[in-house]
Design a binder for this molecule. Structure first.
Ligand code: HEC
Length: 617
């Protein structure tokens, strides 16, 4: 079924429980357009597509522009109903994607082995979230890693962002997209086997598990839906809205254990607060356990208590709290102790609570919180703190989420250790046997008073057991001066980035690979920041940056062994016009002699792009 129609029908057929705010009347698309779009789109300006151009676009594409495209920052304050109303009002009902028949494999059936030889299944190659691939599974020597060449490129039609981490099992690839399309591809050629259209954009890593005689692919979308789709065919097995809050996003990858799937829940309510009339905030971060078989909920644990009315904002809007503590990353499993570890984000409104900016240990079987280690108390923050402060809580930040998973690794004496990198620029080693007691902490990025621009560790580190490799984002950003510029930031081409190797044993610095600043003629949106997740294999550490380069560094001394600039147009195997841009979000996936990476990330003022690249020596 057509995606937009589907969304509308679904919205009609399900009664969505209301949040603490009063229920708004169904918005009119025309009203939303007049209030939120007309001031730019009724202008005659060559940079702004006129309304007549919007009227020729499929509604699904307009939704994408609002959800994860050029209009994302404009749409921050808009609810899903308002987005759908204006997209439906402006656009056509045509489908968004059409691949030519030549994009497809001759055999359309995807295959997943129960006992794969090699896999990168989910966020990390292993459930401890180390993002480390053994020599055998990587299938690459250091010399071969030095000589990686582009094997094929696949374009995500109509997208300006490519952020779905690929899952690769033997020769089979599954990858989501900003347009909400799951693609099943062959690893060797990039030919397409099937596609599945989700309701919202999909950036969570996909996990494949045996389901009867076949396999289920498990993943969430950016609107709160979670799916089980048959890996062999792309047919839906079940679908469930596991979080009804309007701003919910399922970004962190799910993990599977003993027949249950564990789904971390985050949100962007933080940005809704840019609207001074928004009753901030009511979202509660959580983790949900579902039965893989049928999606039935086993348990759900919220990380903040139920929000209650608090005071009024500076503008007189009712405020709610506590809120926030979203989980943006995959849980880390510790079956030996029957525990899983979550890394949590900040609170959005007062009062701040004790499970924000924390590593939280929960019982896998019940979801009960066993212990927690909060590293930044009192961190209540939302986007209005960086603008007019009308909805900003008294705490006013510092916005030091854990944006990435903790890694469960070992000290040289065999004791377990949890390694966690924070947006503050700190890397922590915590003792999981002593309720997260601090073993060491090291700052790898300076933190300044101008948060949230000083973002340290963003999407995640990697470890080979001896060293932990952590990159720094820390972009330099300024707001655009031109009122027509819909970007929220202009990126500084000389600020941010850097890769640090620390000893797991004691946090000692082994080496530092400085950032490589953008070339003088680099396109707008270039930044040396290294925000994307790091990947390691024996001898090589892969890190991509917001300049669009993906590089392989020597794990011995940090020297660059391989460098590929993705900012160019690509001839794609599926016949879609595609280019690379900023790389952010998930990092490289290394498996069976190949390296996969997405390029294109227009959020934060980065360079747009829509391509999945596959390399081999
Ligand atoms: C601040 C000015 C501004 C506002 C407000 C604005 N737009 Fe835009 N819009 C632009 C500009 C500039 C572009 C061209 C962006 C580009 O090419 O990168 C654009 C492009 C678009 C596109 C094309 C995107 C694509 O992928 O090709 C769509 C669709 C769109 N706007 C929809 C909307 C809707 C719907 C609203 C209201 C909810 C809106 N815009 C509000 C300035 C604005």
């Amino acid at each position: 079924m057509h995606r937009f129609l589907f969304v509308v029908l679904f919205a009609l057929s399900v009664s969505v429980p209301l949040t603490a705010q009063t229920a708004p009347a169904k918005p009119s698309g025309e009203d939303v357009y007049k209030q939120r779009c007309a001031r730019c789109h009724e202008l005659t300006d060559s940079r702004v597509p006129p309304r007549t151009a919007l009227n020729q676009m499929p509604s699904v594409r307009i939704m994408r522009a609002l959800d994860f495209g050029a209009m994302m920052t404009v749409a921050y304050p808009l609810s899903r109903d308002e987005r759908q109303a204006v997209a439906g009002y402006l656009g056509t009902s045509a489908p968004a994607i059409n691949f030519p028949p030549s994009a497809y494999c001759s055999d359309r059936k995807a295959t997943v082995s129960d006992k794969p030889k090699f896999s990168w299944n989910g966020w990390s190659s292993t459930p401890n979230n180390a993002r480390y691939q053994t020599a055998q599974a990587a299938g690459l020597s250091i010399d071969q890693a030095r000589n990686l060449k582009l094997k094929w490129a696949f374009g995500f039609d109509g997208d300006v962002t490519a952020f779905g981490p690929p899952t690769v099992i033997d020769g089979q690839v599954f990858v989501g997209s900003a347009g909400g399309v799951i693609h099943a591809l062959r690893a060797d050629t990039g030919c397409l086997q099937w596609t599945f259209q989700a309701t919202g954009p999909v950036r969570s890593a996909i996990v494949a598990v045996p389901q009867g005689r076949r396999h289920a692919l498990l993943f969430g979308d950016q609107t709160g839906f979670f799916y089980a789709v048959e890996a062999e065919s792309g047919n839906l097995i079940w679908k469930k809205r596991i979080e009804t809050h309007d701003a919910a996003r399922l970004t962190g990858a799910p993990v599977v254990y003993n027949g249950n799937v564990f789904v971390p829940v985050a949100s962007w309510e933080e940005t809704r607060s840019l609207d001074p009339t928004y009753a901030c905030c009511t979202f509660r971060g959580s983790i949900v356990a579902l039965r893989v078989q049928d999606g039935q909920q086993v348990w759900k644990t919220y990380l903040v208590p139920e929000p209650k009315p608090t005071g009024k904002s500076k503008r007189g809007t009712q405020q709610y709290g506590p809120s926030g503590a979203g989980v943006w990353s995959a849980p880390t499993l510790d079956p030996k102790r029957g525990l899983m570890y979550l890394a949590t984000g900040d609170n959005y409104s007062s009062p701040s609570t004790n499970l924000s900016d924390a590593i939280v240990a929960l019982e896998i079987s019940t979801g009960k919180v066993v212990w927690s280690k909060q590293v930044t108390p009192g961190d209540a923050y939302n986007s209005s703190c960086a603008t007019d402060k009308q909805n900003c809580p008294d705490e006013d930040g510092p916005d030091y989420d854990f944006a990435s998973s903790a890694i469960l690794s070992q000290l040289p004496d065999g004791r377990d250790v949890l390694l966690a990198g924070q947006k503050s620029g700190m890397v922590y080693a915590l003792d999981p046997t002593k309720q997260g007691e601090l073993l060491w902490q090291v700052r790898i990025a300076p933190n300044g008073p101008d948060t949230p621009t000083s973002v340290g560790v963003q999407w995640g580190m990697a470890t080979d057991g001896q060293r932990v490799y952590a990159t720094t984002s820390s972009t330099g950003r300024t707001p655009p001066k031109d009122p027509l510029d819909a970007r929220r930031n202009i990126l500084d081409p000389s600020k941010g980035g850097g890769l640090t190797a620390l000893r797991v044993a004691d946090g000692g610095k082994v080496w530092y690979a400085p950032p490589i600043v953008c070339a003088p003629n680099a396109p707008a949106g270039c930044s040396p920041a290294q925000s994307a997740a790091v990947t390691a294999m024996p001898g090589v550490v892969f890190s991509a940056s917001m300049d669009g380069h993906v590089r392989g560094y020597s794990s011995e001394d940090g020297k660059v062994l391989w460098d590929f600039d993705t900012v160019r147009e690509f001839k794609t195997v599926n016949g879609v016009k595609a280019k690379g841009g900023t790389i952010d979000g998930p990092g490289a996936v290394v498996i069976n002699g190949m390296v996969f990476i997405n390029s294109g990330y227009s959020r934060f003022g980065g360079m747009p792009g829509n391509v999945l690249l596959a390399f081999a020596p």
